[in-house]
Design a protein around this ligand. Structure first.
Ligand SMILES: Nc1ncnc2c1ncn2[C@@H]1O[C@H](COP(=O)(O)OP(=O)(O)OP(=O)(O)O)[C@@H](O)[C@H]1O
Length: 267
């Protein structure tokens, strides 16, 4: 078993947002979507973002990804301003968007082929290792439509991991899945993360998913999304189904629910 990556190195800031704000409409009177966001994410840290629908979670992620330029403040990755998507930052979206005419293995290898025109036998070995770890090896030669939604989403995660990004941005990656599959794939993600430590920014609608997975949780207010709190998740790792039944898990989810559903009541 690899290193346990909850020992984040607070001296190494991989992602930094300073006074970040954004509005899509540049008109001076148009409302801000997100505002005054300050956040440092450290090496191998798993940070989740929760908040009401429309508060700007995806907007935040897109700015870190280099897909959107903030109208205020600065976003940097490895101390460099983000100006465009970077190879060392992987993204997993809500839908895996697999290519239906390629097998699972070829889908996973596709970004390498697309980028470099080819992939090596070492890449194939690594693809197989990751597929094995994600419980997908027996489906490697199947076509995507032969897989369940949960499996397809796992393929999307493996595809992102094959590029070996230092930072993984995940935008509601499990939201299309049923509750049981979602919980299982969350545990699978934690296993993969333990074996291949990454710095993760994870957007979710699910408070319990955020608590189960992350080291810290950024709780956003309703639009314009600001930081309501940054909560330290002091639950031991590895997290298991016992974690979900622990009193502290319930306390943390209650604190966050309080922020989101009764934002004016002090918790
Ligand atoms: N490309 C765009 N152009 C204009 N407005 C946009 C654009 N993308 C998002 N918005 C608006 O910005 C606000 C924040 O959207 P965003 O998707 O970031 O929120 P979210 O918190 O991720 O929402 P949800 O939880 O529902 O997925 C919303 O009001 C949305 O309508």
């Amino acid at each position: 078993m690899g290193p346990v990556p909850n020992k984040t190195d607070k001296n190494l800031t991989y992602v930094s947002l300073k006074g970040v704000g954004h509005k899509y409409d540049p008109h001076p009177n148009s409302p801000m979507v997100v505002q005054d966001i300050d956040l440092d994410i450290h090496r191998h840290e798993f940070v989740a973002v929760v908040g009401p629908s429309g508060c700007g979670k995806s907007t935040l992620l897109r700015m870190v990804a280099g897909l959107l330029v903030p109208s205020h403040g600065s976003v940097s990755v490895f101390n460099l301003p983000v100006t465009e998507p970077r190879d060392d930052v992987g993204i997993v979206f809500q839908k895996a968007n697999l290519l239906p005419w390629l097998t699972v293995r070829k889908n996973v290898l596709f970004p390498l082929k697309h980028k470099y025109g080819r992939y090596s036998s070492a890449d194939e070995v690594r693809a197989n290792e990751l597929l094995e770890m994600a419980g997908l090896m027996q489906f490697a030669d199947k076509m995507p439509d032969e897989l369940s939604g949960g499996m397809q989403q796992r393929v999307g995660i493996v595809r992102a991991l094959l590029l070996n990004p230092d930072i993984l941005l995940m935008d509601e990656p499990f939201s299309a899945l049923d509750a049981l599959t979602r919980e299982q794939i969350g545990f699978d993600l934690l296993d993969i993360w333990r074996e291949h430590p990454k710095t993760v920014l994870f957007i979710t609608h699910s408070i319990s998913e955020a608590v189960l997975l992350s080291d810290r949780i950024l709780v956003m207010s309703k639009r314009p999304g600001t930081v309501m709190d940054l909560i330290e998740v002091d639950l031991a790792r590895p997290r298991t189904s016992k974690t979900i039944n622990s009193p502290r898990f319930a306390e943390l989810t209650d604190i966050i629910r309080g922020y989101i559903y009764e934002p004016n009541v002090p918790v």
